[in-house]
Design a protein around this ligand. Structure first.
Ligand SMILES: Cc1cc2nc3c(=O)[nH]c(=O)nc-3n(C[C@H](O)[C@H](O)[C@H](O)COP(=O)(O)OP(=O)(O)OC[C@H]3O[C@@H](n4cnc5c(N)ncnc54)[C@H](O)[C@@H]3O)c2cc1C
Length: 594
């Protein structure tokens, strides 16, 4: 079984040097988020994750969740860990102080979230969805709704869920049928939702569902959807938990991974609900929650890869097998170049992934708090552009990287008792929920690139290209990184240009090339952050910093990324250029003629 320890050094490096904590610290309301305070938060959260939550990971995997007499039960150990998490004030770390939160930046909340996810991915989904539900109520709810729900959710007393999916409405939410009929001030909600994460459990005494439903006479399609908050238990006038509302758990899914996360079919039968935001604005309002949740799922890709890497590394240091050049007798497998290649692929890619996720979180903080309006808009444009890349690229990578985690173990990775297989199974959902990779790729290409004629992506490309001067000035030590960076950025620029030219004449081009364009963009943006990391590391070494070994390792990691990961961008670019002709040329008969 693996132990988890928070990678605090790398987190601190990314937060301070790449995401720019100093700038975030200057924003109104974030004056307390000094490097020292952030360090203390990281240490403490790391301890909670490693000592309290991580030991529940394998237990959740083997025990799963049980539905008995309409109530879902999660492992006892989950409840004990949750109590400590809530008592420590962790649910409110980056939440509004007006409702009991600690008001720290999203950047800091992101690092804490990564630790919880690494410690136990299934368990951490409860807090993740609660956070999204809090944001939706905060931004779109009435003062009355905020008073009723926010404090108990921010304190961890109640958890939240997100109810979109129905059996006929998965990627296509326009097909949602659940009804919400007005009755006085409230709505009666009726319908069935499937695959609802943490849809029911016995960890808290209420579960607050955010539900997409249709009001009577609502137009067809997404414009007819409204958002409702529907508690599992009704709430008395004094805020205490009252009678059961009309929400029943029909079943809990048996699934490949995240066994400790109850995935529920929920039946709503005249359940009392409250409208959140305007009628017909449900999807837009739900997107508040979904966009945040997409970034959190991207972060899950980092977290699960980190856990898998730590376990693979520990195994590679201990497992003795075969000899190698320069060694007498058998050696630990970490001495074999091919095992090093696997470990470094995991480490370098994941550090790029972490950088991308945290830098994006810093853009969120600036989009919300920068004093200048145009600055806020520019940061928001970057978040909008990169949300599908963070979700898509980080989670697709996590599949390949947790698979490498198994490969490092050889046969012991494939059997269950080492725990390496659990990370791989748990990671498999990440490219599916919160919008599949196909949906992220369509969002990137359609809404984020074609809609503005490439304006936002060209801004990003210009900013990335501007690193050129610094890389040249850094000299030979960074020459490999420099070459990879230039090739990556110009290759991505070419792909975007090709897309803009060809999408205009062939409607199948966007869908045909979107996956490869997303993967190319992820690889290049990740490479940009690794190049920035390499520059910082070189500067620190030149300055004679303490812990020089960490910075030498960072420089090597950046070089490994440039040599071994960046070339993937070239292969994705070739696939983009192939367009959609061959993909669409296949007749349905030809698919089956084998
Ligand atoms: C464990 C688990 C937890 C979940 N948690 C929640 C939750 O808490 N709340 C919730 O509401 N839902 C939840 N879901 C549902 C999840 O979000 C959906 O499964 C997901 O959005 C995909 O929908 P679908 O399963 O119907 O697949 P489909 O939509 O049928 O997609 C099947 C395939 O077709 C592709 N595809 C479909 N449409 C397009 C398109 N327009 N363009 C390109 N490709 C397309 C997809 O990419 C996919 O590869 C969960 C699911 C699981 C398995």
């Amino acid at each position: 079984m693996s132990d988890y320890r928070a990678p605090v050094k790398d987190m601190r490096f990314v937060i301070n040097e790449l995401a720019g904590l100093a700038r975030i610290n200057e924003l109104p309301g974030f004056e307390e988020a000094t490097p020292d305070l952030v360090d203390a938060v990281l240490e403490e959260a790391g301890q909670l994750a490693a000592e309290v939550i991580s030991p529940t990971n394998a237990i959740g995997d083997s025990q799963g969740c049980q539905l008995k007499d309409g109530q879902v039960y999660v492992p006892e150990e989950f409840k004990a860990a949750y109590r400590q998490y809530a008592e420590g004030g962790w649910p409110g770390i980056a939440m509004d102080p007006e409702f009991g939160g600690q008001g720290l930046p999203t950047l800091v909340g992101t690092a804490v979230e990564e630790m919880l996810q690494s410690a136990n991915l299934a368990w951490s989904l409860g807090p993740l969805l609660t956070e999204g539900a809090i944001h939706a109520i905060e931004l779109h709810g009435t003062a009355e709704l905020k008073d009723k729900f926010l404090e108990p959710m921010i304190s961890g007393q109640w958890t939240g869920t997100m109810n979109l999916t129905e059996s006929q409405a998965g990627s296509n939410l326009a097909a949602i049928r659940t009804q919400a009929v007005p009755e006085g001030d409230i709505y009666k909600v009726t319908g069935q939702k499937i695959f609802i994460t943490w849809g029911d459990h016995d960890m808290t005494d209420n579960v607050i569902h955010l539900v997409l439903a249709r009001t009577p006479d609502a137009p067809a399609g997404v414009k007819g959807l409204s958002l409702f908050v529907v508690p599992k238990m009704q709430i008395n006038a004094d805020g205490s938990v009252g009678e059961r509302n009309g929400v029943t758990t029909v079943s809990v899914e048996h699934k490949l991974g995240i066994h400790g996360s109850p995935t529920c079919v929920l039946d709503f039968a005249n359940a009392e609900g409250y409208l959140v935001g305007e009628i017909g604005a449900g999807l837009a309002n739900m997107f508040t929650m979904m966009n945040r949740a997409r970034l959190s799922v991207g972060l899950e890709g980092v977290a699960i890869t980190e856990r898998s890497y730590q376990q693979a590394l520990a195994y590679a240091l201990e497992r003795i097998q075969g000899g190698g050049p320069g060694h007498e007798g058998d050696v630990a497998i970490i001495q074999h170049p091919d095992v090093r290649r696997m470990l470094l692929t995991m480490k370098a890619t994941n550090e790029a992934m972490r950088a991308m996720a945290y830098v994006n979180a810093a853009h969120i903080d600036q989009a919300e708090r920068a004093t200048d309006e145009s600055e806020r808009a520019a940061h928001q444009a970057r978040v909008d552009l990169l949300t599908p890349v963070v979700k898509g690229w980080l989670t697709e990578n996590s599949q390949a990287l947790t698979s490498l985690g198994i490969q490092v173990h050889g046969g012991m990775g494939y059997v269950e008792e080492t725990g390496a297989a659990q990370h791989y199974r748990d990671a498999r959902i990440l490219t599916i929920y919160e919008g599949t990779t196909g949906i992220q790729a369509a969002d990137l290409v359609g809404r984020k690139i074609l809609r503005d004629g490439g304006a936002a992506v060209n801004d990003l490309l210009d900013e990335m290209a501007a690193l050129d001067t610094e890389l040249v000035a850094a000299g030979d030590e960074l020459s490999t990184i420099h070459a990879a960076h230039i090739a990556g950025v110009s290759g991505l620029r070419e792909s975007v240009k090709w897309l803009l030219e060809n999408a205009a004449t062939d409607a199948n081009v966007p869908g045909g090339v979107s996956y490869h364009l997303l993967m190319q963009a992820g690889t290049v943006v990740g490479g940009w952050h690794m190049a920035r990391a390499g520059l910082v590391a070189k500067q620190k070494l030149d300055d004679g910093v303490a812990d020089a070994d960490f910075y030498r390792g960072k420089l090597l990691t950046a070089r490994f990324y440039a040599e071994q990961v960046m070339p993937l961008a070239y292969s994705h670019a070739r696939s983009v250029r192939a367009g959609s002709d061959t993909i669409m040329a296949f007749s349905l008969e030809q698919f089956q003629n084998e």
